[in-house]
Design a protein around this ligand. Structure first.
Ligand code: NAP
Length: 246
């Protein structure tokens, strides 16, 4: 088992990619903390993890709220005494062309996707520094690397997350804490299910592998970055997109 006796905190793990990461890490021996704004769905993920024989906790936490994260982390330390792995996965889209994009939609996407990751890393890295061990994986997006019309808020948040990843990788490297990012392309989850069919068809034409990815494709790379096989890798962005950008 690649994550035996580790404790992993995964944000937005109630569904989609985050849930898949949680289940994969649990199968590899990690105890899991599920954090999401949807408590009922988070508790379902928690149950699935417990059925795999691992310890699990779930919290209704909004990653934009620093106070809620501090409270959650204190409760995790009471129960599990450490956090070895943090996956910043919680993310949202609120797409529109810039002329129609409200200030509120700009702020909301930046707040969840970028500030949310900052909040979690700020609180959790303090504990990792004390232990001289940590693995942080940020779920970015290829849109943060290439941009996309109608997604300026999302692209800015994910591009910012990549810059944040590299900066923290430099700050924390000497303390045995790795900080890396995964940049998925088009992955079939509840987030992409709501996109129009003709848009999906157009996307598919731009994927050399000719198929969309699944949450499992992202989870496998997260496992690599959370385990010992990536011990000498930090500040990197691994693209998981079937060849869309290269
Ligand atoms: P998803 O199915 O919508 O799951 C995201 C989860 O995060 C949901 O359970 C959501 O809860 C939760 N969440 C939203 N805001 C939150 C907050 N403020 N605090 C805590 N949890 C919050 O999305 P996904 O497709 O799995 O995406 C996961 C990550 O991968 C995101 O960062 C996304 O940007 C990134 N990504 C996805 C794709 C893709 O093609 N799917 C591609 C590139 C990158 P609610 O549903 O209740 O809001």
């Amino acid at each position: 088992m690649k994550l035996k006796d580790r404790v992993s905190l995964i944000t937005g793990a109630a569904r989609g990619i985050g849930r898949e990461i949680a289940l994969k890490f649990a199968k590899e021996g990690s105890d899991i903390v599920v954090c999401d704004v949807d408590l009922e769905a988070a508790q379902n993920t928690q149950k699935e993890i417990e059925e795999l024989g691992r310890r699990a906790l779930s919290f209704k936490v909004d990653v934009t709220n620093l106070g809620q994260i501090e409270e959650m982390v204190n409760l995790i330390l009471d129960k599990f005494s450490k956090i070895d792995i943090l996956v910043n996965n919680a993310g949202i889209t609120k797409d529109n062309l810039i002329l129609r994009m409200s200030e509120e939609d700009w702020d909301k996407v930046l707040s969840v996707n970028l500030k949310g990751a900052f909040n979690c890393m700020k609180v959790v890295s303090r504990r990792m520094l004390k232990k001289r061990y940590g693995k942080i994986v940020n779920i970015a997006s290829i849109i943060g690397m290439i941009g996309n019309a109608g997604q300026s808020n999302y692209a800015a948040s994910k591009g910012g997350l990549i810059a944040l990843t590299k900066s923290l990788a430099k700050e924390l490297a000497s303390r045995n804490i790795n900080v890396n990012a995964v940049a998925p392309g088009f992955i079939e989850t509840p987030m992409t299910a709501k996109l129009p069919e003709d848009y999906k068809k157009l996307m598919l034409e731009n994927i050399p592998m000719g198929k969309f990815g699944g949450p499992e494709d992202v989870a496998k790379v997260c496992l690599f970055l959370a385990g010992s096989e990536s011990d000498y890798i930090t500040g990197q962005v691994i693209v998981v997109d079937g060849g869309m950008i290269m």
